[in-house]
Design a protein around this ligand. Sequence first.
Ligand SMILES: NC(=O)c1ccc[n+]([C@@H]2O[C@H](COP(=O)([O-])OP(=O)(O)OC[C@H]3O[C@@H](n4cnc5c(N)ncnc54)[C@H](O)[C@@H]3O)[C@@H](O)[C@H]2O)c1
Length: 372
Amino acid sequence: MPVLDIQTATATYPVHIGPGALAHLLPVLNTLSGPNSMAVIVTSPEIDRLWGSAVRDMLPHPTHTLLIPAGEQHKRLATLETLCEQLATLGADRDALLIALGGGVVGDITGFLAAIYMRGLRFLQIPTTLLAQVDSSVGGKTGVNLGAGKNLVGSFHQPVAVLADTNTLSTLPRRELRAGLQESVKSAILGDADLFKYMEGNIDVILAGDPVALAHVVEASIRVKAAIVAEDEFETGVRATLNLGHTLGHAVEAATGYTTLLHGEAIGWGMIAALHLAQTRSAIPTEDAVRIAQLIQRTTSLPPFNATADQLVALTARDKKKRSGVLKFILPTGIGSTEIVRDVTEGELHAAAAFMLAAMLQTLPHATAVPA
Ligand SMILES: NC(=O)c1ccc[n+]([C@@H]2O[C@H](COP(=O)([O-])OP(=O)(O)OC[C@H]3O[C@@H](n4cnc5c(N)ncnc54)[C@H](O)[C@@H]3O)[C@@H](O)[C@H]2O)c1
């Protein structure tokens, strides 16, 4: 079973990947230095019902489980405050270990909880969605949303280990699986042409949930992210490329109240928009643009939503990647390459948003529709 070591400026930790990776929980805990006063699992009720006992059965006592409601709308400071109070009631001290069991929402909240409770606890990630396995559980970005936008409050806090057990994806709704795959398409565009080709050739087994095919996708995606995070843990440079598709993707999520589209679906739409922008600048070979659009189209259902281009452009003004009023936009320049550009005009954003909306209306996003 593959074990990747993530090395950042502040931490080194293992990621165990594949069917049955959960079995490594106790050996991993045994390698942690320092005392563990208690283990506290943070999860949501449905994931607890499905996978909670599989984790608890492997843990030494005492173990506690804190439940948070599922859904992006609960990734808020209010949830965090409740969890802090619950940890205090349990008597959790700085030697407690938090275990995030769930998707990106549980992982982001638990990681932030670990970053701030008593000024910092250790935490371990057990991601149970494809999105969390290929992306959010690795790299140490944690946080919650504000009414003004996504992930606007947070911290960098690396986990002590990640167990990405692809068997846990067997209970994941297919729509979630497809949405999560968008982050792998993103990783492949960023830096792995072989992964891109693998997904093109094996999409049916991947979408059927084959744990071995999924393990390959998870491992390759994490390799891309690991290399980027090793170079730039705190997003002062290359890490921004992981936001490919996120400028307009986050705007779509905000415009639709975080309820109509799943995060990965919004990123799929955002990548369609970024692709259009790249094509209008002749920044990407047409053949690559066509393949990317086709893979996005084959991997997700991209449900329709209500928004206008004006609305979406206005929402990009809150983008966290904006520094001193300048937006950093991630342009796909080929299969395996991207470029960070700072000169995207409001007109270009508007055209990209309008293209995305038109493509959504046709529900046939296709790069060849765009003049190169
Ligand atoms: N920290 C990062 O680097 C990073 C990167 C990408 C995305 N994110 C964040 O991740 C979040 C999205 O994560 P997500 O797509 O995993 O969504 P999610 O956490 O909301 O999970 C999706 C749904 O699947 C359910 N679920 C989870 N695992 C399951 C399983 N094995 N079986 C059945 N149901 C299961 C959850 O209860 C939930 O209803 C967003 O908030 C996004 O901002 C963070």
